[in-house]
Ligand binder design. Structure first.
Ligand code: XMP
Length: 327
């Protein structure tokens, strides 16, 4: 019978059996799966675990601090935070094409992670937050490839030359089970109930040129939108499958400027698009019919509080034909 406690106990004894007294490396992304997998391995092997968190500079508001808050106490010095924002900004300078962005981010991530791994010496095991739906998907490679229209980048996508043996404690769990296990492990709610976030991060929501200033603009707008949704009870810890649950919501910074008026001054500034969808499997999705007064409040706050933005629009396309992300 299924309780978080029995799952944790089973996973812990499997992990111990697999890795014995050896060291284990984990790449924490701040996402649910890698966080829960890391916490499980920590529970199993304590300070044999070393976790690396790469701050790409492409993260959402407060995300790095959340990861530190969740893991510093249990991992201490074994949590390594790599500040790589400048590396990513340099690598992405003048790149606008979406697939090119994804490729560069994937490569840059691997290069940085590789550097850290080398510094730590030989570590035979690597934690992966593979969950059951990922296992099924890779068992049908042709189908999933045909359906996959974007190059997905995930923290786990390391090249074979690394020669790690994988530790995959979530292999038999579905997403909502992973969240329940995460709660039982004492991970913070904000992390456990977090919406999915693409590996390439804000880069694929910052359309056109990626600069520190534009990323900051996007991050601020996104934070306003998601905070208002959470306060309205529409995002975060809601019962799985409940109809009003927003599966994913975020801001997108568009590569156009439009004319506006502020006081009696003409403005010529950037546009933020808001995206919110309901979906069960992310293969198809409906745009969320959000309360108008909430949309109005969010739009108002964004143009008033975010420098350089004078217009907000709401995305009312479903998937298909649109995808959830804009790039
Ligand atoms: P699309 O935009 O294709 O996205 O409708 C479907 C879901 O996948 C997420 N997504 C990604 N997740 N790495 C990820 O781990 C990626 O490169 C990536 N690209 C998109 C997207 O946020 C949505 O939940």
């Amino acid at each position: 019978d299924w309780t978080p406690q029995t799952i944790i106990e089973q996973a812990v004894s499997r992990i111990r059996q697999q890795v014995g007294g050896q060291r284990v490396l984990s790449a924490v992304s701040g996402g649910v799966d890698s966080s829960v997998a890391t916490a499980l391995v920590q529970r199993a092997v304590g300070n044999q675990l070393i976790a690396v968190f790469v701050d790409t500079g492409l993260l959402r508001h407060g995300e790095r601090e959340q990861v530190e808050r969740a893991f510093r106490r249990s991992l201490g010095e074994n949590l390594i935070v790599v500040d790589a924002a400048a590396d990513f900004l340099n690598a992405l300078a003048d790149v606008e094409e979406p697939e090119e962005k994804r490729r560069i981010i994937g490569e840059t991530f691997i290069r940085i992670f590789e550097r850290e791994a080398r510094r730590l010496g030989k570590i035979p095991y690597l934690v992966q937050g593979t969950i059951y739906p990922d296992v099924i998907e890779s068992a049908a490679p042709d189908r999933s490839k045909a359906q996959r229209i974007k190059t997905h980048h995930n923290v786990g996508g390391l090249p074979a030359e690394f020669d790690f043996e994988l530790v995959e404690p979530l292999r038999y769990l579905f997403k909502d089970e992973v969240r329940i296990v995460g709660e039982a492990l004492g991970l913070p709610e904000e992390l456990v109930w977090r919406q999915p976030f693409p590996g390439p991060g804000l880069a694929v929501r910052c359309l056109g040129q990626i600069t520190a200033e534009r990323l900051e603009r996007l991050r601020a707008a996104d934070h306003i939108f998601t905070t208002e949704l959470a306060q309205a009870g529409l995002l975060g810890r809601t019962p799985p499958g409940s109809p009003q649950r927003i599966a994913q919501a975020f801001a997108v910074l568009l590569p156009v400027r439009s004319v506006g008026v502020m006081g009696d001054q003409r403005t010529y500034q950037e546009v933020v698009a808001l995206r919110a969808v309901t979906t069960l499997d992310f293969m198809t999705a409906d745009w969320a019919d959000l309360p108008h007064e909430l949309l109005a409040r969010v739009a108002n706050r964004i143009v008033n509080e975010v420098n350089g933005v004078n217009r907000v629009v709401y995305d009312i396309t479903s998937k298909p034909p649109a995808t959830i992300e804009w790039e």
